[in-house]
Design a protein around this ligand. Structure first.
Ligand code: FEO
Ligand code: CA
Ligand code: CA
Ligand code: CA
Length: 666
């Protein structure tokens, strides 16, 4: 049978995330995936020739909710949520409340004006909660679980849902028609992040008004640069001849919270904010590097009004985005810092742990088809007794990129300028285009290409289980992987549904050069054999999912996964939160806990330390789902969460608590 065209929603996603890695990492050499069972291998290869219809079955019968599968006891005590694809509202498992905490446009700063739907107003937006909440981090105040700071990323904006008369950015023919200077400036103010103070009283959470911690960070906030790329020639612009001061942070996706209470917020698809394509010839070194990062992406009209977003006018500005930013939420006057030692790529998150020897370790995915997984290990040790001592800890250390081998081992390849590899070869040299360590970091992807890192199926979140030290890596999907490009760690051609890899550091040492790994789960429908999903058979029809994206591991070491890309047509379900067993007989059993309204993706899973509250972020509610008519300000697919005429859908943070109190799934 021939494969039919991808559904429009998948095709759009493909355009957003083309994959720009031309290098030839391990492919054929690793094809004989010795660790895969023959059955899995056959399934993986068979997937090449199946019909698209088989992947998106039209009639998916929802099995009854069940919390009583046979066999060993679950670590999650809740009754599975029945799937409800295309629903206009959110749903949570029975016995839980899921309350809106804060919405796009709500006040963050004390003097913020009221939200005025459909009226772009940059000055108001600068003081209000931004758009498309993604990462959430809870930082307790005085060690409490009912009072703390919530740090929130605002990844991007959906102009077509914010303002009347705008086309979705997937509509390239619109040429940004109707986009004005005020709209652009409002979009810039709706990016970045928010710090809010929140408190739980009488069982319910609310934002503390007039908090001294309240803060908005936008695409214009002054940010410092530190680490080896600070002041580098490639970081200098007309507005900043020192290469050390940058206006704003962009496309902040996921992140992390450090043990010393700072917020790591990660710039992902920064390429989309730039325009100004240079001539195809001659291909300069800079042009090649921009192309490797997909810049200029021309997703926004910012370059029309701000020269710095035009790569022809300000070619180095793009080099100043794609970093991890560290922010101290306890000090609203502190200057955020781009920590260049952690590399420049399309950062998803910054899952972290203090290693046994006291060094700080950050795991990072580069979210693009065929891109890489990274690890950063500080030179210095964390000082938990002296918060200030960790101030510049992230400026010195070793960034490495992962190579997954077919025998279930792997190695971290250090990205150090001028250093020989274990075979005595020096790849990161001036001869190969890297003059210094600043070059290696500004062009991290190009450096990693040289070392033969493993090209992955879009690495999203990666988090460490604090109890076992095991690391969980979400690979969201990669429809572009061909059968002859599969390898042991990315075993499925046309991987539409993604997978999860479990990594174990050698001897429990997160700084060790070696690790072992295995696939925890190939996602997708277990009912369609050709998909090659590997959910535990105890998983019900409600329980499976596709496209793992963000994840959280709670203080009891339980894995919770948030998804991005499920829909009625793709998987017969909405995005949401899925609880996944990682141990024993029930390993790879999953159950649905929460689901988002139509058009939304699930982000930000985050717990209070007492596990009594689970915060989640509902991103881009009301976007077009599948091949429905395009969602706009006037015709959104839902008006969640206000459900009032004239009020568009609003990305919001949701606080999930147990009715009557108690631990989530405890
Ligand atoms: Fe912004 Fe990789 O998700
Ligand atoms: Ca997102
Ligand atoms: Ca994500
Ligand atoms: Ca995603």
């Amino acid at each position: 049978m021939t494969r039919t065209a991808l559904p429009p929603s998948v095709a759009f996603e493909a355009a957003e995330n083309e994959g720009s890695n031309p290098s030839h990492g391990p492919t054929i050499g690793d094809l004989i995936a010795t660790r895969l069972s023959r059955r899995d291998l056959v399934k993986g290869l068979a997937a090449v020739s199946i019909a698209a219809e088989a992947l998106w079955p039209k009639a998916l019968a929802a099995a009854p909710a069940s919390g009583e599968e046979k066999g060993a006891a679950s670590r999650f005590d809740f009754v599975e949520l029945p799937i409800a694809p295309g629903s206009k509202t959110h749903h949570v498992a029975e016995g839980y409340d899921a309350d809106i905490l804060i919405r796009w446009g709500d006040a963050v700063l004390p003097d913020a004006p009221e939200f005025a739907p459909g009226k772009p107003d940059a000055a108001a937006q600068e003081k209000q909660f931004g758009y498309n909440n993604d990462f959430l981090g809870f930082i307790p105040l005085e060690g409490r679980s009912d009072h703390g700071l919530l740090v929130v990323n605002h990844e991007y904006t959906n102009g077509e849902l914010m303002v009347p008369g705008l086309a979705p950015r997937s509509d390239k023919d619109s040429q940004f028609s109707g986009v004005t200077r005020e709209i652009v400036d409002t979009e810039m103010m709706a990016h970045g992040g928010s710090v809010i103070e929140i408190r739980r009283e009488g069982g319910k959470w609310s934002v503390v008004p007039g908090s001294r911690y309240a803060r908005r960070i936008t695409a214009e906030t002054e940010i410092a640069v530190s680490g080896p790329a600070a002041g580098h020639a490639r970081m200098k612009t007309t507005a900043d001849p020192t290469g050390t001061r940058i206006k704003g942070m962009l496309n902040n996706c996921a992140g992390g919270v450090t043990p010393w209470g700072t917020w790591l917020t990660c710039e992902e698809n920064f390429n989309g904010y730039f325009w100004g394509k240079a001539a195809a010839e001659p291909v300069t070194k800079e042009a090649r590097a921009l192309r490797r990062y997909g810049a200029p992406g021309e997703w926004y009209a910012w370059g029309r009004y701000h020269d710095r977003f035009d790569t022809l006018k300000e070619p180095n500005e793009a080099n100043r985005f794609g970093w991890v930013v560290e922010i101290d939420p306890l000090d609203p006057t502190s200057v955020p810092v781009k920590r260049t030692a952690l590399g420049r790529f399309k950062h998803e998150g910054a899952g972290n742990i203090v290693n046994g020897d006291g060094r700080f370790v950050v795991y990072q995915g580069d979210d693009e088809r065929f891109d890489y997984v990274y690890r950063f290990v500080t030179d210095g040790k964390v000082d938990l007794a002296n918060r200030a001592a960790n101030k510049d800890l992230l400026d010195k250390g070793v960034l490495s990129v992962a190579r997954f081998k077919s025998d279930g081992t792997g190695e971290w390849l250090p990205l150090i300028h001028g250093a020989p590899n274990k075979d005595g070869q020096v790849w990161l040299s001036a001869q190969n285009g890297f003059e210094d360590q600043g070059d290696v970091l500004i062009h991290t992807r190009l450096a990693a290409d040289m070392l033969g890192a493993t090209r992955m199926d879009r690495p999203e979140d990666i988090e460490v289980d604090p109890k076992t030290g095991k690391i969980y890596l979400m690979l969201t999907n990669n429809a572009k992987r061909k059968a002859d490009q599969t390898d042991a760690a990315n075993p499925r051609a046309e991987n539409l549904f993604g997978h999860i890899i479990e990594i174990t550091p050698a001897n429990g040492d997160h700084a060790a050069p070696a690790f072992t790994w295995e696939i925890l789960l190939n996602c997708g429908s277990p009912a369609v054999a050709e998909v090659g999903a590997t959910f535990n058979p105890a998983t019900t029809e409600n329980g499976w999912f596709g496209m793992p994206d963000n994840c959280a591991i709670d203080s009891e070491g339980r894995l919770w996964v948030a998804t991005d890309g499920n829909s009625t047509k793709r998987t017969g379900r909405a995005d949401g939160i899925w609880a996944i067993e990682t141990d024993g007989e029930r390993r790879a059993t999953s159950r649905c806990f929460f689901q988002v309204p139509t058009g939304a993706e699930m982000c930000g899973p985050c717990f209070t330390p007492d596990l009594e509250t689970f915060f989640v972020a509902v991103q881009h509610p009301g976007e077009t789902e599948d091949d429905a008519p395009p969602s706009t300000f006037d015709t959104p697919s839902t008006r969640w969460p206000d459900f009032k005429d004239g009020i568009p859908p609003r990305p919001s943070v949701v606080a999930i608590t147990r009715k009557g109190g108690g631990k989530i799934a405890g």
